[in-house]
Design a protein around this ligand. Sequence first.
Ligand code: SF4
Length: 385
Amino acid sequence: MYKDLSVYIHIPFCVKKCNYCDFVSAPPEPGQLKAYADALCKEIKLSAAYADNFNIKTVFIGGGTPSLYDSSVMTYILDTLKSTFENRRRGSYIPEEVTIECNPGTLDRNKLSDYKRAGINRLSIGLQSADDKELKLLGRIHTYEDWEKSMKLARECGFNNINTDIISGLLGQTVESFEDTLKKVLAYSPEHISVYSLIVEEGTPFYETYAPEKLSKEEADKWEEEDRLIYEMTNRVLSKYGYDRYEISNYAKKGCESRHNMVYWRRGNYLGLGISAASLINDVRFANTDSFSEYIAAPYGSIKSKEVLTEDEKMSESAFLALRTSYGISCKKFYDDFGKDIHEIYAEAIKKWTESGMLIERDGRIFCSEKGINICNMIMADFVL
Ligand code: SF4
């Protein structure tokens, strides 16, 4: 009996590092692009053992900026994945969703047509803001117009499942300026919109200016309040335009939720390939090295961490990840998975948050109310055993 598997492929290269980014990504040095693609394909071939038990259901090529590569390389990587899982009488390669992250400014018609031919059926085109001044502040390589061109091209090339990322919470951003970004995005009707709050990470150029401790209390309070108002407005506007907030930061038109990301929130099996990529297979969590040289030298075998999850960890993850989604926790699934009634395990947390109206229990599900989703992190913390 085969299980479903989602595959994440990490591409650690970008044209230039953005000012707020702490992902494992950097501009490529000479020779690195080829060396990395070769190592990645080696790791894919060596992951053939998983084909004994798994069928690939979704693929997500993320980064970094995967679209920085020539499209023939993406074809080569996907073909390798396909032949590894398909040319056996065991597992199979039948992904329902294959996504690639792209940066405006790195796409052209040929590349997009090649993506289609390679089986990619979903694009995630990062915009972040429709205000060129904000894009400059963020250190992005593109303008709003570049994003518009990419969207038009993608539609012309037949892509009908597109996500766009936007960042809220920039200092100086207002509800009005963010609404302007939203409306400009909505003019192109992407099927999916992710709205992330800016996190000022230590070690980034942004941290030098916007570290929380560098702001006065008044500035910090105003910033937080504006971000809260932005989130409320976003919810209102996107719901009016037919988008469902199916996860804290993710909105989709009906049927266009990210199948790949749902696997993370439902604790399905996923295999991460490439530098720093994380995996969860049969309740064993492991992650590859962050070091480029280590990965190139041993693409299958440079695991930096591995842990077998305890029963408490599995229950905690199951509960708090599900609370991120609008569906919430299925009480029956929790019982089927763990043989325990969720009301016994989380009696206090469920009582506390349902009584305060932040959690709702209905039809065998426990989920965040509209108010609750805005303080989901606090609620989730009470579900960690
Ligand atoms: S494009 Fe994305 S991954 Fe690359 S530096 Fe910018 S934010 Fe980071």
